[in-house]
Design a protein around this ligand. Structure first.
Ligand code: WTA
Length: 713
């Protein structure tokens, strides 16, 4: 490990302000810089600082032409940014294009037989599937013909509930070819969660797969389709057709029966469309390309609507400059396409640039922690993209594995949660072998692409910081009054983007008022203004900016718990628990976890006449798994005699969060029932100790999060 990597700790701490909610003092341990390796700079897509001038604020919004010009347009746009109906921004207004054409057809001329996708199945003895651009073209067209045959048209929504198989990008691109809006739901989500999203989006077609491999098991995934259709029906949405791809075409891998008249095998339908060619539909730049659901503070999930022209331009540009994708790279993003990361940086960005993108079906440590490195060695992967959770886990179970394999990355990415400097350094030195740059990318489902991260050839890395704002993005940190917090002050606040950018989502599907109120109302200066300066985008994250302009993201300021990089809404978790008959009150709190970042613990109070029992605990667990999915399963469920509450009846989540994290509960004098705190503490902490869950020392930012948890409401 080089000197630089060690990081020199200087204590640039400021005193605690203890004032407004957003202005938290951060004891900022500055990490040392790591310069990008010269070999990287030499070949980087962005190595000339002139690019920073091109994207300087005085060139906004026209600077984003540079991104849009990476695409093929059927009609060029007349207005780069139309602000006439704020904050519903329209990028590249008047332009027309097709996303499928841009990701597939246009690469045929020069790269027909280059691999577009390389799919790595989870069973190690199953061969990879290498899908060339020609093959992708053929498959996308044939499946588009299937959809067309079913009468699906531009603007219709179709829900996908698919695992990590090549049929997923094929399905997405076939939808895009027709202008159909796809809404892919993460395969790990339950049928119930999928059904809620089907209903919200008004989809009449569900596209799924019979089964897929996960940690060595071939799961029956089709069963979730039946549950999804049922759940959608309860919300008034009928699903006419369920299209079932088969993991092994011609052979059914699920036990769940097909429903006559409703369920069809895709391979059967495709047989009638062999060699079909479907003209790509030329779509307006502002036509929606897809919906991606995410959690928010209320129970109803938010369908983030992304545009065709702005989104595709933004992911192409950021893939080029931040992932440093060249057409001859072999790029592997180990995320799931069920999340925004996979949409932007497995499918649309890399394919728009005509590179080779790798898809992996299974879990990173299956059958052992050497798996990712064997894949990288075998395929010659040179760009690698993953999450802090995966890095922590691989480091924990196989710290010496990377050294055993002969692969060489030039670039690596991290996304989804803050990464601890110590974990960062293992990523850099051991996974990257000290040869690869790391881009820590801060962004969200809503932002479409990276918005806080440094250009890897131009900015040195700093463990724990995502870096400065991305090109053409003007980030700021505001206090509760909307005043800017100066950089280097050591004070944290709410991170905002002062200006729009092409990748920003267009609205929340069916909830435009919620779009405005959640993201813009807080800092809007004048609701009638058509000047974008009056409409900063409120991201919902706390952050601090150091003197050098780098941002460090501290986490959510709303009721969202980030588990292994996945946003879970506490209200969703709680309303699921409340659906259990015996439950009177429920409160979900985050617990700091070494691998998953945060895990959820659920506190339950029962209706009178009920006794705590393992049975009720089991019911709560099942309710959450059914409504959301196993990913949301709480680590512990505590049935307590009463919840700590304020005199107005509000559950004090910070108190129970502190108990769960073995930290000081702080001031409880304002509680209506302070005596309950000792009881809960005894119960929970002794049960935890009995299970071997010992107290863990929290960092200052973690401690702050826990001690103020739920105080933002
Ligand atoms: C968090 C994932 C620190 C943040 C792309 C954000 C991060 C939420 C980072 C979005 C990062 C994402 N450092 N925190 N590099 N990237 N986050 O919508 O709290 O699943 O608001 O999008 O993850 O999660 P989402």
């Amino acid at each position: 490990m080089s000197e630089d990597v060690q990081g020199q700790a200087t204590d640039e701490a400021s005193e605690s302000s203890g004032s407004s909610e957003a202005t938290i003092a951060v004891h900022w341990r500055e990490e040392g810089y790591i310069p990008p390796p010269p070999k990287f700079i030499g070949q980087a897509n962005a190595s000339d600082p002139a690019i920073l001038d091109r994207f300087a604020e005085e060139n906004f919004p026209e600077c984003f032409r540079e991104y849009a010009d990476l695409l093929h347009w059927d009609e060029y746009w007349h207005t780069t940014l139309d602000t006439s109906d704020p904050p519903f921004w329209k990028w590249f207004a008047g332009g027309k294009l097709n996303a499928s054409y841009n990701c597939v057809d246009r690469h045929l001329a020069g790269d027909r037989n280059k691999a577009a996708l390389i799919w790595v199945p989870e069973p190690e003895d199953e061969a990879d599937a290498v899908i060339t651009y020609q093959e992708l073209y053929r498959r996308v067209n044939e499946f588009a013909a299937v959809l067309q045959d079913l009468g699906v048209q531009a603007g219709d929504r179709v829900t996908l509930h698919m695992p990590m198989v090549p049929e997923l990008p094929v399905t997405m691109l076939a939808c895009a070819r027709l202008g159909v809006v796809h809404s892919q739901v993460f395969a790990g989500f339950s049928g119930g969660a999928c059904g809620g999203r089907i209903a919200d989006s008004g989809s009449k077609i569900l596209i799924t797969m019979d089964g897929y491999y996960r940690s060595g098991d071939l799961l029956d995934h089709k069963v979730k389709a039946d549950e999804a259709v049922e759940a959608a029906r309860k919300e008034g949405q009928e699903v006419d057709k369920v299209l079932v791809w088969r993991r092994f075409p011609g052979q059914y891998s699920a036990k769940t029966p097909m429903v006559e008249g409703r369920d069809v095998f895709v391979d059967d339908l495709l047989a009638d469309h062999r060699g079909a060619v479907v003209e790509p539909v030329s779509m307006p730049a502002e036509a929606p390309l897809f919906l991606m659901y995410t959690s928010g503070t209320t129970g109803r999930p938010k369908g983030c609507q992304h545009s065709t022209g702005g989104y595709l331009s933004y992911v192409a540009g950021t893939s080029k400059f931040y992932q440093d994708i060249h057409p001859d790279d072999t790029y592997w993003c180990m995320a799931d396409i069920g999340w925004i990361t996979g949409h932007s940086y497995i499918v649309y960005g890399p394919l728009a640039l005509g590179t080779t993108t790798v898809l992996y079906e299974g879990t990173p440590n299956y059958p052992d922690a050497g798996r990712p490195w064997r894949v990288a060695e075998r395929l010659g992967v040179n760009i690698f993209h993953t999450s802090p959770t995966a890095i922590r886990m691989l480091r924990k179970v196989g710290p010496d594995e990377p050294a055993k394999y002969d692969y060489h990355f030039k670039a690596m990415t991290t996304v989804g949660e803050p990464i601890e400097p110590e974990v960062y350094r293992w990523y850099f030195s051991t996974v990257g072998k000290g040869e690869a740059i790391i881009t820590d990318t801060w962004w969200q489902t809503e932002t479409g692409g990276f918005i806080g991260t440094g250009l890897p050839g131009l900015f040195p890395m700093k463990p724990g910081s995502c870096g400065p704002a991305a090109l053409g993005i003007y980030l700021d940190i505001l206090d509760e009054n909307g005043d800017s917090i100066p950089k280097g002050s050591g004070k944290a606040g709410n991170i905002v983007s002062r200006a729009p950018w092409p990748g920003v989502f267009q609205t929340i599907w069916g909830q435009p008022e919620r779009f405005v109120s959640t993201y813009f109302e807080k800092y809007n200066k004048d609701k009638d203004s058509t000047d974008w300066h009056d409409w900063p985008y409120f991201a919902g994250d706390g952050a601090v900016q150091s003197e050098d302009g780098y941002f460090r993201i501290l986490g959510r300021v709303d009721d969202v718990i980030n588990v292994a990089g996945h946003r879970l809404g506490t209200k969703e978790l709680e309303s699921s628990a409340l659906s259990v008959e015996e439950v009177a009150e429920a409160a979900a709190v985050p617990v700091v976890d070494d691998v998953r970042g945060r895990v959820v613990e659920m506190y339950i109070a029962l209706k009178p006449g009920n006794e705590a029992s393992a049975e009720i605990e089991g019911k709560v667990k099942t309710a959450i798994e059914t409504d959301i999915g196993k990913i949301a399963r709480p680590k512990n469920i505590w049935i307590v005699p009463d919840m700590p509450k304020t005199r107005s009846g509000k559950i004090m989540r910070r108190v129970i969060a502190s108990v769960s994290n073995f930290t000081d509960v702080g001031d409880i004098t304002t509680l209506a029932n302070p005596e309950v705190v000792d009881k809960i503490r005894d119960q929970v902490q002794s049960a935890k100790r009995a299970k071997g869950e010992e107290p863990r020392e929290l960092s200052e930012t973690e401690e702050h999060e826990i001690k103020t948890y739920g105080e933002q409401e």
